[in-house]
Design a protein around this ligand. Structure first.
Ligand code: ATP
Ligand code: MG
Length: 227
């Protein structure tokens, strides 16, 4: 198993209110799976994805990734884990405005001890993969939304991550660009990448291999079976 979440809780506390964003989440994902997470606004999808991405820590529970218990790691080890194993795709692309597309993608690799020539090879190959090579020297603001998202996917895959996390990757795109992004994700999955994607689109969720439905911080349906 690549991922095993057990009894995951995430509480947000302020002086007056306590919000249970995630409650007793149990989720296993095998290497090579493509999982779609659905559910109404505020049900905890992004919180779950952030915990999978180790950007956020659970209040309690266990997160195993391969042989490692990630909740036991310190911040420096988690940063190394993210750098080496994860690729992120966000709804609003999150490219850096004053870097060209190729620099944006390369930035994901600079903290790895990788010779510059190999880095450039990886950047070129990632851009080819998503059909954005002709915009390598452009800045994000000079690209369409669909092109920016494809560049963001190139950034996510340049490090050849074991897990790709995508939070509403088609949420800001029109139908055609959304379909293109889904094509790319399916293709990456066919090549062996494990993907967990949050989406509000039932038709995009249908393109994944498994669907997980959430409600009020809980998983209510997984792989078509009510739990
Ligand atoms: N930093 C925070 N402090 C307090 N509460 C938070 C915080 N972040 C999220 N929450 C709460 O946790 C719950 C889950 O939020 P989350 O962002 O995971 O929802 P979501 O399913 O991704 O929604 P959407 O579809 O709108 O993106 C919500 O009730 C939200 O208000
Ligand atoms: Mg969200």
């Amino acid at each position: 198993m690549l991922i095993e979440l057990t009894h995951i809780q995430r509480l947000y506390r302020s002086d007056e209110v306590e919000t249970t964003a995630l409650c007793d989440i149990e989720l296993s994902v095998e290497a090579g799976e493509f999982v779609a997470i659905m559910g109404p606004s505020g049900c905890g999808k992004s919180t779950l994805l952030n915990i999978l991405g180790t950007i956020d820590r659970p209040t309690s529970g266990s997160y195993r990734f391969g042989d490692d218990e990630l909740t036991a790691l310190n911040e420096a080890s988690l940063a190394a884990f993210r750098r080496d194993h994860l690729g992120y795709i966000f709804q609003n692309f999150n490219l850096i405005d004053d870097l060209t597309i190729e620099r944006n993608i390369e930035l994901a690799l600079v903290y790895r001890n990788m010779p510059k020539s190999l880095r450039q090879e990886r950047v070129a190959s990632a851009m080819d993969h998503v059909g954005i090579a002709h915009r390598a020297r452009h800045y994000p603001s000079q690209l369409s939304g669909g092109q920016q998202q494809r560049a963001a996917i190139a950034r996510a895959i340049a490090g050849e991550p074991r897990l790709i996390l995508a939070d509403e990757p088609t949420g800001n795109l029109d139908t055609e660009n959304g379909a293109q992004v889904m094509d790319i994700l399916q293709h990456l999955n066919d090549e062996g990448a494990t993907i967990v994607m949050v989406t509000h689109s039932p038709s995009h969720a249908d393109l994944a291999k498994r669907r997980v439905d959430m409600l009020d911080g809980r998983i209510v349906l997984s792989a078509g079976i009510a739990i």
